[in-house]
Write a protein that binds this ligand. Sequence first.
Ligand code: SF4
Length: 217
Amino acid sequence: MPSTLLADVRHLAAAVGFDLFGPVDAATFDACQPRDQRLTRVLPRCGTAIVLGTAGVQLDSHTVEVGLQRVSDRLRVAGHRTVIAGTRAHKLSFPRLADAAGFGTVSPVTGLLLHPKFGPWLRVHDVLLVEGRPFGQLGDASISDSFQPCCKCDGQPCLEPPQAPVLDPVVKCPIGKDHHCHSAPPLQWPAHMPMSPMTRFAVSALRFVPQLFRFRR
Ligand code: SF4
């Protein structure tokens, strides 16, 4: 039963800490993407993509790897070949996939993905591409039509001039402002290495950039 398999896979992902889980119909997604960023370019018979992310929890790279493998193994046992997209290598768009998975809305003001609770403080770890449609036909999960926070945002504080040493305007977004510490911890600088004033300034600013966008847009 497709719905049972979906519940199994969702449970496996949640068990390792992926609190953001979103299956996406590949044909629907690809129809709106540039040719070089389509899922079927990476896996020609891709029918489904599973977007895996976190908001409010931390996952180290080993845990992420284990989680991806468990989900992949479960699907393979059910007869569906999978490819761990390594989306950075394949040039897939994390924000567009996260939007399609229903994680949030891309702000027309800042261009950052905003989650209803966590604001910009979320991270997409990877995307699993699956041959066929193991979960059956998927509906549209995007919330971008119903969740448009920037349209009602008085003053748009993200556009206010930055105050050093905090350079990134996203820290002024009121959505999820209480959650940034959970998903983007301060960078740890090796104690034995002296930091120049300029490096200290850059590190201080980088800690406020949502992890989702540290790696690609
Ligand atoms: S501060 Fe307001 S306008 Fe800016 S990204 Fe957040 S919700 Fe949108």
